[in-house]
Design a protein around this ligand. Structure first.
Ligand code: SF4
Ligand code: SF4
Length: 163
């Protein structure tokens, strides 16, 4: 898996170097909407208390849901979205038992696969009332839709498959 994600990172950096401006143009203005949608999700994660539960998760039982191997969901299109959002992508895995993108303060990337944002474990379902979970899911809807749409638009650009 290490080799696969390192190859994807290489490819994303190369494509960004050659086509970054074109990509930015092609995704305008939805890229700005996407950034705002991510912020909206983050606010909902905080105001519902979900992010606080996740932050204390590794301390409670040494577990986190960002385990090794989950980086397989981070496609080149998602890496490109991160580069467009100004994220500095990591060059190596920090936690041998964690996802390639996991750091000491949590996930290092802003644009994340849908599966990462939609994972609500039993602990969260037990601690957060259902109406608050629904509120979070409603707030996350726009980000989820844009993650999919922007990613598909990037994959549809001619240079994507020439890399
Ligand atoms: S979703 Fe659950 S398992 Fe994952 S970090 Fe949050 S509390 Fe921990
Ligand atoms: S949220 Fe980030 S660190 Fe966690 S599995 Fe997804 S990409 Fe990896």
């Amino acid at each position: 898996m290490e080799e696969i994600i390192l190859k994807r990172l290489d490819l994303a950096r190369t494509l960004f170097r050659h086509h970054g401006d074109h990509l930015r143009e092609a995704l305008f203005p939805d890229l700005n909407r996407y950034q705002q949608a991510i912020e909206q999700t983050n606010r909902a994660l905080f105001s519902t208390g979900i992010s606080q539960i996740c932050a204390s998760c590794p301390e409670e039982d040494g577990l986190t849901c960002c385990g090794t191997g989950l980086e397989r969901h981070v496609e080149v299109s998602i890496l490109l979205l991160n580069l467009l959002l100004g994220v500095k992508l990591p060059c190596k895995r920090e936690d041998p038992n964690g996802c390639f993108f996991l750091g000491t303060k949590g996930c290092k990337i802003l644009a994340r696969p849908i599966i990462c944002r939609n994972h609500l474990c039993l602990r969260i379902k037990e601690k957060i009332p259902l109406n608050e979970i629904i509120r979070f899911q409603n707030a996350w809807g726009e980000e989820a839709e844009l993650t999919y749409l922007l990613s598909e638009r990037i994959k549809g650009l001619p240079f994507y498959h020439q890399g």
